[in-house]
Design a protein. Structure first.
Length: 623
């Protein structure tokens, strides 16, 4: 909230802290060299935090890019006539980014622990290559000595940064630039999508986003941060050390970010300061010798166990606790919190279809056709030779006993799983091959039986993630664009929130919503993509009777001008909602007809419990 009202407050506070640091930190025991090293490690950490804290990708291979960028810059400055230190570092950054792109294409083919293990292997490969095949260029175990101190070549003079204070100014400036760039990224549409990928990558993809493309992009950005910091390390030390490629370097980056707090951007700075200060303290003050690593490891474990959100997270928690305490103290005794007013129904004007999709009433004929759709899992046939068609503006229901293949059928219709055989035609286009993100981009979207939300984000952020897929397309690298400047975004979020009765909860974290509110938000995510065809998978699942009544009314309101397909086990509600019903049994279409025809169909009654019991079940009664 603070960043929306005062967008530059973080940058101003950071600048003031950087100005004060060289005058304050020496009194706390920090040497000038340690302060400069903190800034360099914090720069590496910012890139890693974008990768891990914001996107959820744990990489142990950052040392490969740290060493690559640093070695390339050092080679230019020591083995050639090149003498512009800043340009050399920037060229090293570009090389690290190119290497990061190539590595990312391989590593990001896997997720989770497999991705992490691939990055470990990559770090080891780069370490071997630096020490052996490329030792003539990297100096092998000796590194590259003779790297000049930083300088700035102007057309009329050259500024040398060759003493402690001037070096600090140089490194602090670049840290500030790196932080500002990262802040712009996390406040951009791309930054929000990175958090969506971290929380629920499959749902982000189902909302029309190319999650692989965004993963590759942030992997490259993190590699460039590492490469740039590696170049600065060579300038600070006067030589580029070979241990920049070591796996231990990647491990320190991970541990420093964990200590400071992942997903904060400032955590790596606090983590680096803590790590390097304790390293110096244990070695030079306490003279622990080789034991300092053991002691530092124990400290790391204690910090991570007791400060699960890191040092920065603990600071934020204390600040919020103090704010709540002040508010409680200011509240008159004996007064109770005012209960939130129930959400008002959506105005009729908000029920109109968003502009990009044409209303269903303007079109005729089938919007979706499934032709001979079959899905096999080995010897198991989930769906067999299904022919199915839905027309523009139609409200279609799908029912069937448990195990009838309804969920698999839905997944094939939205391209979540490919059919074994058959075709799917949507608005005249064969969509059997494209994935779920492409289907969403075409206007075919689904809500899920089990809520698939971004739990760590707010309602507003959830709806923005969904709306961005329609407003920006499948993939767009607008990393420096403010979310507020995406045309139509806020209007689409507001209208969707009003439609699902969540306008009063826009800034509430999803984790704090009631179950019924989460179900409405689940539907809202699908609606925010402006679908031409909306598929709802058991929207009434798990609801209380009162919540069911409210949700049925909601579904009736959103059905205006839309084409919808609904699966649900609540027969009374479904028969009240839809115009036509398709019954599946054992993966096949058993029968289709109006709700009244389905109620009185002998084959359907037999499928549901059999005979008289089936008829009673279809009429919402019990035997």
């Amino acid at each position: 909230m603070l960043t929306r009202q005062r967008p530059f407050v973080v940058e101003i506070i950071t600048a003031l802290a950087l100005i004060a640091a060289p005058f304050v930190l020496p009194y706390l025991g920090f040497t000038p060299t340690t302060i400069n090293r903190i800034l360099i490690w914090a720069l590496v950490g910012i890139g890693f935090d974008l990768l891990f804290g914001y996107t959820g990708l744990l990489s142990f291979g950052q040392s490969a890019f740290f060493g690559t960028g640093g070695m390339f810059a050092a080679y230019l400055l020591t083995q050639t006539s090149f003498d512009n230190t800043i340009v050399a570092v920037l060229l090293g950054t570009i090389v690290a980014g190119v290497v990061g792109y190539l590595v990312g294409l391989v590593a990001l083919r896997r997720t989770g622990i497999y991705f992490a293990m691939i990055t470990v292997a990559i770090a080891e490969v780069f370490f071997f290559v630096e020490f052996n095949p490329l030792s003539a260029y990297t100096g092998g175990e000796n590194g590259l000595p003779g790297v000049p101190t930083p300088n700035l070549n102007l057309w009329f003079t050259t500024i040398e940064f060759d003493d402690n204070m001037s070096m600090y100014v140089f490194f602090a400036f670049w840290y500030f630039v790196g932080l500002v760039i990262a802040l712009r990224i996390v406040r951009s549409p791309v930054g929000l999508l990175l958090r969506a990928i971290r929380d629920n990558p499959l749902r982000a993809q189902a909302l029309g986003h190319d999650i692989h493309g965004y993963k590759v992009a942030v992997f490259v950005v993190a590699a460039m941060y590492s490469g740039f910091a590696g170049g600065l390390l060579g300038l600070m030390q006067g030589f580029m050390p070979p241990d920049a490629f070591m796996f231990a370097t990647s491990g320190e980056i991970v541990m420093q970010t964990a200590i400071g707090g992942a997903g904060t951007l400032f955590g790596p700075l606090l983590g680096a300061a803590t790590w390097l200060y304790l390293s110096d303290f244990f070695q030079t003050t306490l003279h622990l010798g080789a034991t300092w690593k053991l002691v530092l490891g124990i400290v790391f474990v204690l910090l991570v166990v007791f400060l699960r959100r890191g040092l920065f997270g603990a600071i934020v928690d204390l600040y919020q606790l103090a704010r709540r305490g002040r508010k409680a103290a200011q509240q008159p005794p004996g007064t109770a919190p005012v209960a939130a007013a129930p959400p008002a129904p959506a105005p009729a004007t908000i029920l109109a279809m968003p502009a990009r999709r044409k209303p269903a009433r303007d079109k005729t004929g089938p919007i979706l056709q499934a032709i001979g759709l079959t899905k096999r899992y080995g010897g198991l046939v989930a769906n067999s030779d299904i022919d199915f068609a839905v027309h523009h503006g139609e409200m279609r229901g799908i029912i069937g006993p448990n195990g009838a293949g309804k969920s698999t059928f839905f997944k094939m219709l939205t391209c979540e799983v490919p059919p074994t055989s058959g075709r799917i035609v949507f608005e005249g286009r064969d969509i059997t091959g494209p994935g779920v993100a492409d289907a969403c981009q075409l206007g075919l979207t689904k809500s899920y039986q089990i809520n698939q939300l971004f739990e760590r984000l707010t309602v507003r952020q959830n709806l923005r993630i969904a709306a961005l897929g329609e407003l920006r397309g499948k993939f767009k690298l607008d990393m420096f664009r403010s979310l507020q400047k995406v045309a139509g975004l806020d209007a689409q979020v507001q209208s969707t929130a009003a439609l699902v009765h969540l306008s009063a909860r826009l800034d509430t974290p999803v984790s704090e919503l009631a179950y019924g509110e989460k179900r409405r938000l689940e539907i809202g995510l699908a609606l925010a993509t402006s679908p031409s065809l909306l598929l709802l998978d058991e929207p009434l699942a798990g609801m209380s009777p009162a919540e069911r009544v409210e949700t049925v009314a909601l579904l009736k309101s959103i059905a205006v001008g839309r084409t919808m397909i609904v699966i649900d086990h609540d027969m009374d509600s479904l028969f009240e909602l839809v115009e036509r019903i398709t019954v599946l049994q054992e993966g096949r279409v058993l029968v289709e007809g109006t709700p009244e025809e389905i109620k009185n169909d002998a084959k359907v009654q037999e499928a549901y419990l059999g005979g008289v019991n089936g008829e009673l079940a279809l009429h919402g009664e019990t035997a």
